[in-house]
Ligand binder design. Sequence first.
Ligand code: NAD
Length: 485
Amino acid sequence: LEDDETRVQNICFVGAGYVGGPTAAVVAYQNPNIQVSVVDKNSERIESWKSRHLPIHEPGLEDVVRIARDGIASRTHSSGSDERSMSQRSPNLIFSTDVEKCISEADIVFIAVNTPTKEYGTGAGSATNLAALESAAVTIAQFARAGAVIVEKSTVPCGTARTIQDIFAVHRPNDKFEVLSNPEFLAEGSAIRDLLCPDRILIGSSRSPSGFAAAAKLQSIYSWIDKSKILTVNTWSAELAKVVANAMLAQRISSINTISAICDKTGAEIDQVAAAIGSDSRLGSKFLKAGIGFGGSCFKKDILALTYLANSLHLPEVADYWMAVLAVNDFQKTRFLDKIVSKLNGALYGKKITVLGYTFKQNTNDTRESPAIEVIQKLAEERPSEIAVFDPGCTALEIRHSIDAFVSPAQFQNLHTYDNVYDACSGSSAILILTPWEQFKSSKLKLDSQDINLTSPTVSSIDASIPDPALARSPVPTKPAYSPT
Ligand code: NAD
């Protein structure tokens, strides 16, 4: 290919969420000569991306955004005492609600909008709701420059590229567009590291000269990634591989959780069993930590989508297999609650229970489908005197706003959220660590100190996610607790 055919000068990401924002920031950071825009119809989110208070908490994100969005001074030459010049890196990342303008200027348009589950239902699985994606595709079709490359970044059901092609055929019958699949494998909490050093970049295209040319153009923006890590496949393989990767990670969690249930009844210890299994190089040690099960906006939705696909292809045995992964995930939470009740002598009534960790995993402020939500709902049914919730990644007010959608003050009054871990734990009969934030495990909280005034029965920290039931004494800003009035 000639240079001109692959040269990319302008990229637009549609969707400024947990994927679109960080991915755009890293692409801009790594390609100072490419202008990158991120658009969203949610103006509040865009304003937040423009400000010093980013809407997403991710280690390293602020630095990357600051460099690409604001430009920074950097030393260009230094030898001994000869520091010759400082140069200003020009900003090349903007966040905007001017969707039409940004799309119309782009050589590559990424679709990074949400693709949630249509409806949670039965053993049939649930289709993916593609309304946001289709609406974004219509807007892109209306405003994209002829020949722009369209890229699915969102996780989508196998075959979605055809839907996008159909939308373009209706709105731009005389222009040719290639639609590629380039699913994102970042994990929240380590998004920037994952984007800088991914295990692989997957690019799916049609097996045609124009498909290959578009894939080469897309590949050129991943300038910092070793070519051996770039896998080019057909479009349908790329779409399916993303959903299956999530389903298999979730399956591994459910697999080890089923074994933890057996351990509880036999005297075997799950961490010892997991270590023994994980030392087999064919299996590896990752994703073998038993806990209360997976949460977040992706695993469950992608298994439901896979199950739906299997059913629509008349493969009920395949669908049943994957639905079992979800059934085990629910079972694990019920077992956890049963354990708490039995440790506290059969009843929670009149006791304060503290939940540490409300986000669905550590190092993120994302609370979507967090296991803590279900645990708190189940706790509320047991009528404790108080449920206290603290998370290092969210303010008391943010937790309150989230939890009100699931447990309203009318259903259970004594749910309080805190900005201080010690206040949250004070007087508790049980402290449940539901998210393995580093500060909960790096050093022990002095449970018998005056910081925490324990009531009987003796507190047992019932740890859902980490082997050592320890709490950290890291400095947490003291703010007043937020309670429903
Ligand atoms: P998100 O909800 O955080 O962000 C999506 C954004 O798209 C929202 O801000 C929304 O306002 C915006 N949007 C929706 N329709 C739009 C339109 N027509 N025009 C402009 N903006 C629009 O979602 P997310 O977590 O970033 O996930 C995005 C996709 O990436 C999903 O398909 C998800 O499955 C996939 N994914 C997510 C993760 C993750 O860890 N969150 C990882 C890999 C892949």
